[in-house]
Ligand binder design. Sequence first.
Ligand code: NDP
Length: 244
Amino acid sequence: MKRKWIFVTGGSRGIGAEIVRSASRNYDVVFTYKTSMIEAKALAEQLNNEPGNRVEAVHCDVSDVSQVEDVAQSLIQRYGPPYAVINNAGVAEDSLFSNLDEQALTHIFSQNVFSAFSVSRAFIGSMMGESDACIINISSVSGIKGNVGQSAYSATKAALIGMTRSLALEMSRFNMRVNSIAPGYIETDMTRHLKDSGTGLKKSIPLRRFGSTVEVASLVDYLLSEGAAYITGQTLVIDGGLTC
Ligand code: NDP
């Protein structure tokens, strides 16, 4: 039977790369990279060595609407509508509120929010005709609780949670599910500087450790599976108890 295909943004490193790795067991995967071309091509090549896998890395700056629309159109033409879109690409640019200027705000919103809107918008028309398509937005616990230096990042991640809820309501009549995942501290390049900053941070996490990319990818696998067919409009938190 022909496998369904899914689209993952920011699959070249970190959480996105693990989502690609894990999802490629059940789906054909197309993922984007922006700067990490070598890592992206190596990941696709490695996964394509497994029998039955079809994984493709495409260059796309997801904060650039015209690039997103070109990539989406060409993929829909070649492969038809995707089963799922996973908006994972994002940046964390911490800054105290007093240092935030318009340029910094516009930049982080275009990387973390406008990107998810334009990627979803580029695919959603084609997905409405499918019987069970879904969208997953990678938000953050920073969209639920505050963090010093993260007023902009928190606002972008809260925006994704709000978008998830409203879009889920709009898409429910097409039997399309829209959910988000809010990870706490996960071991990736994004948190490397925090990991080496002593034990204080880990003590603030009830499970006393950072999460792994594999743990986040497992949750994505679950949301993609038939077992999650009755879940929509939700934000699933995976944070070792940080927001308890
Ligand atoms: P990394 O910094 O490890 O990786 C970021 C990924 O996003 C890279 O693949 C990068 O691509 C891609 N990316 C960034 N901007 C763009 C863009 N404009 N266009 C295309 N791709 C882009 O981050 P993580 O894996 O840690 O984070 C992934 C997501 O999870 C983010 O949305 C982040 O906010 C969220 N998150 C992470 C947490 C953590 O603790 N790590 C906690 C909570 C949420 P490239 O390298 O090719 O440029």
